[in-house]
Ligand binder design. Sequence first.
Ligand code: SF4
Length: 155
Amino acid sequence: MSDFEMEAIRTVWDAKGWFTGQENTTAFVSNVCRLFPGEEGLVKKLFLPRRAHFRLATKKDGTCALLGETGCLLPQEVRPYYCRLFPLWTVGRQIVALGPQCLAIREAKTITRLLDSMSMSKAKVFDLHARLRLAWGLPPKSGDPVVTLRLQREK
Ligand code: SF4
């Protein structure tokens, strides 16, 4: 979670307990490296060993602290970028699906159907991914849409 994403959430729920610090373990850094192939060096600089990053806090049952009885307590536009994208991701100019065990992926079978089921356009996926990169401290990639981070609600 970036400072920007946490700040966005606080505009809706200004309470403590939504986030928690976690050490940048080797496993964590490896997982982030896998998300950004070819940028491992930069990722390792952003998530230095023995330092920590913030993540969403979880309840005793392991579910997200922001998960209410009828779903996420946050409006779409302030949810963390990773949440808004999941299970979609981009690699180069391709849209891919993360986590083959995800039910949505198994049911949709193709990326086109998965996009439809999530009411997402390809342009929106690249836009969210570009925002996530910026929020997490990675520079824009060639071919990415030009984005800026604002706390005002995005359209
Ligand atoms: S989408 Fe899910 S994981 Fe993300 S903030 Fe909402 S409840 Fe938490």
